[in-house]
Structures are given as C-alpha cells and as structure tokens.
Ligand binder design. Structure first.
Ligand SMILES: *[C@@H]1O[C@H](CO)[C@@H](O)[C@H](O)[C@H]1NC(C)=O
Ligand SMILES: *[C@@H]1O[C@H](CO)[C@@H](O)[C@H](O)[C@H]1NC(C)=O
Ligand SMILES: *[C@@H]1O[C@H](CO)[C@@H](O)[C@H](O)[C@H]1NC(C)=O
Length: 211
C-alpha cells in the first residue's frame, strides 16, 4: 500500500501542470479607433487571474430612422491590445460576453459582431457568432454569451525563448454594432442607457506551448 501511494505521488507530481505566472501577463498597450468609439471612450481591464479582458464602451450610439444612412445604423470600433506573457505559454480566445442595459423598440434588431485578429497570424481572423437582440420596447439588462467554435480559436504566438523571458502578441478586436428595422417607419435613437457602458468580456484560455 505504501509503495502504491509513493508511486501515485510520483505519477501525479510528474503530470502536474505548471502554473502560469500571472504577474508576468499584462496589457502593455491599448488603443482604439472607429466611429463607435471616439478617443477616450473605451476602458480596458484585465482580471487578476488573467483569463478575462473587460472592455467598456461609453459611446456606442447607432440609431435608425428617417434619413439615416448605413453609417449611423452601424457603428464600429477596432481595439488593439498588446499583451506580454511568459515564454513557453500562449493563449486562445474562447468566449465573448456582452452586457448592457437597453431599451430597443419593437421592430428593431440590434446585432453585435466581433472578430479577432492576431498580428503574428495576420492572415487569420477568428469570427465570433453574432449576438442579436430583438426589440421589445422594455428596458432590460441584457447578457449574451457567445462561444467560439474550437476550429475558430486561434492561438497566439509561442516562442520558446526570448532574451526578456517574455512573449508579445498584438490582438485586434473588431466590433461592430448594427441596427436593422424589421418593419417600416420605426425609429430608434437612444437605446443604450445614458451613463451606462456597454461591456464586452473576452475570455482567454492559457496553455503551455508544445514543442
Ligand atoms: C512571477 O514573476 C515575477 C515577475 O517576473 C517574479 O518576480 C516572481 O518571482 C515570479 N513568481 C514565480 C512563482 O515564479
Ligand atoms: C464558454 O461559454 C460556454 C457556454 O456559455 C461555457 O459552457 C464554457 O464553459 C465557456 N468557456 C469558457 C472558457 O469560459
Ligand atoms: C430575432 O428575430 C429573428 C427573426 O424573427 C429570429 O431569427 C432570431 O432568433 C431572434 N433573435 C433573438 C435573440 O430572439
């Protein structure tokens, strides 16, 4: 029995997962541009366990009505995030969550589009399933969870060694919010509550590089 316990301890020790040193993971640079995010209207934060990036949008205001063009019905924002992390590790984006407080008229549909692009893989884009909200004319706190299909989960670069011991990856998150009318003569101006940010959470999974 004792020998068995020793063997077990040895085996579980040998297969133990190394832990990501979260103090070596950070967003070193963040910038944004687009007609849905004037400068200074996007906030960025990283959870302590480094598995959730939270973006807060203060100024996404698409609207629809007589005389509006596709530019006002659809707003976009590209957010560039430069992440540093320890060599020997990489990450994949797995899930996207939207949270906000909306009053959307009946006959209006809001669609939330997101894609990711990793600079080290600049020909590859991961597209998140579209989140849609159909107006009911009632104010409501709304939460959407979208999961990226495994085949669409791009992994960040995986350099085993670097002189600084750190790896770097720039991620571009492209968001677009669009309103469409499902019947004629519908109007929609303010639908995101004034003073309440639209929040997007990006979930990351960290993994050890395999060589
Ligand atoms: C984590 O990284 C920090 C900064 O590089 C370092 O000071 C600390 O010793 C590391 N912790 C572990 C457990 O390796
Ligand atoms: C992603 O979302 C799905 C469904 O909402 C959930 O089952 C899964 O655990 C989530 N994955 C992560 C990594 O958060
Ligand atoms: C919104 O309405 C469309 C068409 O009526 C439907 O296909 C879609 O599933 C609805 N979306 C939600 C989130 O209820």
């Amino acid at each position: 029995m004792r020998a068995f316990l020793h063997l077990f301890a040895f085996l579980s020790g040998a297969t133990a997962q190394a832990a990501l040193n979260t103090s070596e993971v950070s967003i070193v640079k963040a910038s944004h541009s687009g007609n849905g995010c004037p400068q200074g209207t996007v906030s960025t934060s990283f959870s302590a366990d480094r598995t959730t990036i939270t973006l807060g949008f203060d100024s996404v205001r698409p609207y629809i009505g007589p005389g509006t063009s596709s530019l006002t019905r659809s707003r976009n924002c590209a957010i560039n995030l430069q992440l540093n992390y320890p060599s020997g590790w990489n990450f994949v984006f797995t899930n996207v969550t939207w949270h906000g407080y909306f009053t959307l008229s009946e006959g209006i549909r809001a669609s939330f589009y997101t894609s990711f692009e990793l600079r080290s893989r600049d020909t590859q884009v991961a597209t998140v399933p579209v989140a849609t909200l159909n107006g009911t004319a009632k104010a409501a706190s709304v939460l959407f969870h979208e999961e990226l299909p495994v085949a669409d989960q791009l992994s960040s670069s995986c350099h085993p060694y670097s002189s600084s011991g750190l790896n770097s990856e720039t991620v571009t998150v492209r968001d677009r919010w669009a309103l469409t009318a499902t019947k004629t003569d519908v109007y929609q101006e303010e639908w995101m509550e004034e003073g309440a940010a639209l929040v997007q959470q990006l979930k990351l999974r960290w993994q050890e590089c395999k060589y």
